[in-house]
Structure formats: structure tokens, C-alpha cells
Design a protein around this ligand. Sequence first.
Ligand code: PLP
Length: 355
Amino acid sequence: MAIRIDRNPHPPAQPAPDSLIFGRHFTPHMFMMNHRDGAWQDPWIVPYGPLALDPAAKVLHYAQEIFEGMKAYRNPRDGSVHMFRPDQNIARFNRSAARVCMPAVDPGLFMEALDTLIALDADWVPEVPSSLYIRPTLFGDQPSLGVASSTSYLFYIIIGPVGSYFKNGIKPLRLKAETEFVRSAPGGTGYAKTGGNYAAALLPIKRAQDEGFDQIIWLDAIGRRTVEEMGAMNIAFVYDDYVLTAPLGDTILAGVTRDSIAHLCHDFSIPWVESPPIVATICDDAASGKLKECFACGTAAVVTPVGSITHLGREAVIGGGQEGPVTRRLREALWEIHTGTSGQHREWIHRVPAR
Ligand code: PLP
């Protein structure tokens, strides 16, 4: 299907590079495609702007919605623009779509939509350490209040510049292990990037932040005993001779960053162990010094150190509350790959063709 382009006759001014606020600035164009009568139709790039939705649209009532979060960077050496492992986000998008009963988007067309949109607004891709955030979204828009899957869908992609997560320096996080609320449960939607998972997380995160924590650690829904994720990131624990993280399953979002770090650990001959981390043991090991470091990882922050975990009112400081050498090494190695300046894992870089 050919992608039609309607250029924006009134593109907005670009924000100043030092004024970027996450998720607030968008480029002049967006990609849109409707699913009607059982098929995707009319892939289209249009000026960025509001959507017209019927108040009875399924998504507004039953949250039949999924999204992705990925990034493009400008290579500081040659100015070219590339995405980081977009094939992984596309695959996860379609896994999420299947979980909430929505049609898949053809991966080839998805990639072409990304390439075409980013190439059109390539001037908006900022210099590193800033980047271009990419938000593909899919939802059911049939105007009907029946509790059933929608018969029509809208898929769109919006993009916008974002600043570095570490603008104010690297500050290890102070986390609360959440023992009351859960993010996901076996058989639920935890492995899908569906908006409802994030809505359910808002209250516990707000409460923890009101108590002075930066974020929360999600524990398993059955026993509140093992560590699954941190906020909207995966989490890993660095021992002397291995890195420990939760195994993937239906309660955990399979992070692209997590997978990339598993590969880097392999490259660096650091054993990567996937076994449920027991929160009480993690806290004991932090207190005794056996646990050396902890970090969280995800597209927004890449790799961010964790300074302490509070479980049932007891705070366990990890590695003196400072970023440790393994976290730093992984963060720096991954950052060089993200920005296209590393010789490692060139296969993870998808160059956006210039228009
Ligand atoms: N876990 C959750 C719940 C997330 O929302 C995200 C972010 O997308 C991640 C983990 C990290 O995934 P990724 O590395 O693909 O950004």
C-alpha cells in the first residue's frame, strides 16, 4: 500500500533544544491508518492534529488500546538518523494487539510508515543526548457500547523530540517495594503494552512519590514475594559474578533494553541469570554488601542506577547508594550503540533513509 502524504502548510516552530519536556512536543506530521471492513486501508501522513472520536468509541469505555515507545537518534559523527531495534517494538506491538483482540499491523508497512514519517520530519530529530521519541498507538474506535471487540480501529504514529533523561546528572533512585497493589497477575495483560496497565499503576506510584520515593518495585501478585519490574522499566541486580533478573512471562513486559543488556552481559562474559529475585533476600544482600548494584532499564532512561529499596518499612541501601561499575559500563556501552557511535551490534541500528 502506498503511503499518501499531505504536507502541513503551517508547521509549528521547533522548541529550543534546552527546553524539551518529555511527551510535550510533536513534529508537524503524523501517520494514520484505519481498519475497516476487516482490512487496513489508506495509509496516510497528515498534519499533526486532534482526532475526531465518537463519544461511544470502544476505547473510551473498555480501553481497547495498545501503544509502543521507541526512539530515533541523530548520529553525532555524520548527522544521519537511525532507530534502535524497531523490529523488536513492532513485534511487541503486534503481541500486545493480539492480547486485546485487535488486528496486527503488517511489519513491513509499519517500518515503512516509521521511515517515511521520520524522514519527512527529520529536521526535528535533535542532537544527542536528546532524541526523537516515537509513539505508535492502536485502538478500537467503533461507536458502540456493547462489551465486545471493536469492528474498526485507528492506528497512528506521532513523534517528537525529547531531552536526555539525565539532564540533571545521574541520581540513583530510591524505590519502594509495593506490597499492597500489583501491576499484573498471571493470566492478565502484564506482557502487553496496553493503556489499562498504566492507569492501574497511577495510584500506587503517586502514593509512593507522596511518601518521598522516586518509583515503585512491582512484586508478584500471588505472594508479593518476588521482584518483577520497576515503574515502567525492567530491573536487574548485580552480584559479584552474575546479573540477576526476573524471567519473562505473562506478568512482565519484555523490554527491548532488557534484551539488549542481556546480549551485552553475554559479550562482556557476565553471566545473566533469569530467576525470580526474592525481595527479602535482595534487601538482606544489599545490607550485607553481597548485592553490589541494582539498575533499572527501559527506552526512556536506558539504564538508571538504583540506590535503595524500602521493603515493609526497612530501607536497604545498595552499593553505598552510588552508581556501580557494572551499571556504568552497561549504560555507556548501550548509549554508544543507541547513538550509532559504537562498532558493537550494528545490526540493532536501522538507518532511516533520507528523503
Ligand atoms: N516495563 C514496562 C512496564 C514498560 O512500560 C517499559 C517501557 O516500555 C519497559 C518495561 C521497558 O521496555 P523497553 O526497554 O522496551 O523500553
